[in-house]
Design a protein around this ligand. Structure first.
Ligand SMILES: [Zn+2]
Length: 143
């Protein structure tokens, strides 16, 4: 069985984030090391575009996370957590994020791309990897 077929069976051929039934594609949840269905989600083009282009984000589209965050599938939980983190300036997204309880392994995966980390966390993250961070360099100010 291909990953796509496996995901179609798992999701009943619906976007695993917003339940759309058209333009569905396999999305590998970064950082994937091996291509298994467990590390992929089946998502629609609308979701994919907004995941990959944060500047195109349509806040209302992501109300769907209210449902998808309760998925039993770790990869779906990870994507829900990351998108809620990206949207957490919205009160409802912050509320949902606080309701989510990921197990330790899933949370580590969710945080692997530093999505939703505060500036301080990002800097710490870079430092611990030995990267040099120039003053005023590309870390957006939250002020
Ligand atoms: Zn979708």
């Amino acid at each position: 069985m291909t990953i796509e077929k496996e995901l179609q069976a798992r999701s009943e051929s619906k976007c695993e984030l917003c339940r759309a039934t058209e333009n569905l594609n396999v999305y590998e949840v970064p950082p994937t090391s091996n291509e298994t269905a467990d590390e992929c989600v089946l998502i629609c083009e609308t979701c994919r575009q907004q995941i990959e282009n944060p500047e195109k984000i349509d806040v209302h589209h992501w109300r769907c996370l209210n449902d998808s965050m309760w998925s039993q599938i770790a990869a779906v939980q990870v994507m829900s957590w990351r998108m809620l983190s990206r949207l957490k300036t919205e009160g409802w997204a912050q509320d949902l994020l606080e309701m989510m309880h990921l197990d330790e392994e899933t949370l580590t995966w969710a945080q692997a791309t530093a999505e939703g980390a505060s500036d301080e966390d990002v800097i710490k993250h870079l430092d611990s990897n030995g990267a040099v961070l120039e003053a005023g360099d590309s870390v957006p100010s939250m002020d």
